[in-house]
Design a protein around this ligand. Sequence first.
Ligand SMILES: Cc1cc2nc3c(=O)[nH]c(=O)nc-3n(C[C@H](O)[C@H](O)[C@H](O)COP(=O)(O)O)c2cc1C
Length: 197
Amino acid sequence: MNSDYIYSRRSIRKFSDKPVPKEIIEQILDAGRVAPSAKNRQPWKYIVFGGKQKDDLLNCMEKGVAREELEPMLPNSSRGITDCKNTLRIMREAPIIIIVLNTNGNSPFIEINCDDRITEICDTLSIGASIENILLKSTEIGIGTLWIANTCFAYPELTAFLDTGHQLVGAIALGYSGETPSARPRKTASDIIEYRM
Ligand SMILES: Cc1cc2nc3c(=O)[nH]c(=O)nc-3n(C[C@H](O)[C@H](O)[C@H](O)COP(=O)(O)O)c2cc1C
């Protein structure tokens, strides 16, 4: 893969309704499959939604977001609800939604001890590596993606709907891009790197 894809990848928030062939989705997810992971646990699982099943998933998310607005379970969720509703609108436009699960993770509403917290951090990092592989492979083959964490606002509803027992980490919206956004701002190298050598 050309390293230019690292630089040309963008979050895509407008999708064309052109269907994405299953072979392309398989190729993209295979890039996620081969990612590095802590102790090679490979704690990721992906569920691919399209068509009516995607509509059912997103209707469930919409109900959860409405519940979170009225009866919040996340202490600061009111700050993020508007952004979440915008993400939901984008998810409805994308032809494919990939749900991302941590097969070792527990609900964020359950207290965990320090050992389990460290395991969960490592597993979450591993899943992040897998997702980034998916985004870069998608960019390489001309498919737009959006990495989504706003599923957290409807966590209980979505996990009940999915019925896997796994932790819901987020989602990836995927489809042919309907926009060509410019690069978003980044910190400079001197902002983020300190050399002690
Ligand atoms: C962990 C994570 C969660 C994200 N969640 C959302 C989301 O729920 N909705 C959204 O529109 N964008 C989401 N994004 C996309 C970021 O907003 C985006 O990556 C950032 O603004 C930089 O833009 P770029 O990806 O085009 O470089 C998320 C990105 C990451 C890495």
